[in-house]
Ligand binder design. Structure first.
Ligand SMILES: Nc1ncnc2c1ncn2[C@@H]1O[C@H](COP(=O)(O)OP(=O)(O)OP(=O)(O)O)[C@@H](O)[C@H]1O
Ligand SMILES: [Mg+2]
Length: 287
């Protein structure tokens, strides 16, 4: 397996609760990997660490970025240290990712996400939501902006083109100028995916994308997720409670329970795994 993401001994505490306790798993490049587990197992906490919302208390998250491997955990607290100056590799990464750390660096490395509780700018149009998502890719030179130089205009046009391309892919072209908050639940979920994809990620993390969708919308979502991998060559890590969706789209499934990985295997094997059955049925495995 060629891992795009390698989570090593990741641990997160909230007061006395060990939300993640030495979590280890890998996501193969080009795969659709499922992250499942009962409520409160720690799935969203993994995403929050992956995307820089939470800092872990231990472990590492290795991500194969465009410029080589980066440890997302250290990117977040990436203040310049003396020993960085003596290590050319570390110094290059600091120059590339900045000297002060922060969640934007995770996006720059190539990780994007959607949220379990949809987070859109409800008072902005659908198109504006997609343009904001691209601020990292747009020319922000103040001089070229002030004088509307060709490089600035081209970057803006490219951002609008990219936004429309994604609106078309997620079948929301008609709603481009509608307020995001006025869309149906299913459309908002697809808009969130489009927004994440506008940033050109190498890895997209989807947190319960099928929650609240009807069966037809769920089937369309399955096709969209497959297209992210097949047509847009993006690796997908998806948290989902809809087991038939997980079993139909994933190549590999990681199961969390009480902050620990209890199984990681192909979907078919996961369905029959005694520890997984016990976790979902609330009984102790008879092993
Ligand atoms: N910010 C926080 N402060 C305190 N406790 C938290 C915080 N975030 C998560 N937790 C706790 O960590 C544990 C894991 O929560 P998490 O949201 O990761 O679970 P989950 O697997 O995503 O569950 P669900 O399927 O219900 O979304 C839970 O016990 C939760 O209460
Ligand atoms: Mg969750």
């Amino acid at each position: 397996m060629n891992p795009l993401l390698r989570v090593e001994d990741l641990s997160v505490r909230f007061g006395g609760i060990m939300a993640l306790n030495k979590v280890n798993f890998e996501v193969a490049e080009g795969s659709i990997t499922g992250l499942i587990g009962p409520n409160g197992a720690g799935k969203t906490t993994v995403f929050n660490c992956l995307t820089g919302f939470y800092k872990s208390h231990g472990g590492a998250i290795w991500f194969k970025g465009a410029d080589g491997d980066v440890n997302i955990c250290t990117l977040l607290g990436a203040k310049l240290r003396l020993d960085d100056l003596t290590d050319p590799r570390k110094l290059l990464q600091k120059i590339r990712y900045g000297f002060f750390g922060g969640t934007h660096l995770v996006a720059r490395a190539g990780v994007a996400r959607t949220f379990q509780n949809i987070r859109l700018f409800n008072e902005m149009s659908v198109l504006e939501n997609l343009l904001i998502a691209q601020h990292r890719l747009v020319n922000r030179n103040i001089i070229s902006g002030l004088f509307q130089l060709p490089s600035f205009r081209h970057a803006e046009e490219a951002a609008v083109d990219r936004a429309y391309q994604w609106l078309k892919t997620v079948k929301l072209e008609y709603y481009a100028n509608h307020l995001a908050g006025s869309l149906s639940y299913g459309n908002q979920r697809r808009l969130e995916i489009a927004r994440a994809m506008c940033a050109n990620p190498r890895l997209i993390c989807l947190d319960e994308p099928a929650a609240g969708l009807n069966p037809r919308e769920t089937r369309e979502l399955a096709d969209l997720i497959r297209a992210l991998r097949e047509e847009h060559r993006t690796t997908v890590l998806v948290i989902e409670h809809d087991m038939s969706l997980v079993m139909s789209i994933t190549d590999h499934v990681v199961v969390l329970n009480y902050g620990q990985v209890i199984a990681a295997d192909q979907p078919k094997a996961i369905q029959e795994h005694p520890k997984v059955l016990a976790a979902y049925l609330g009984t102790e495995p008879n092993l």
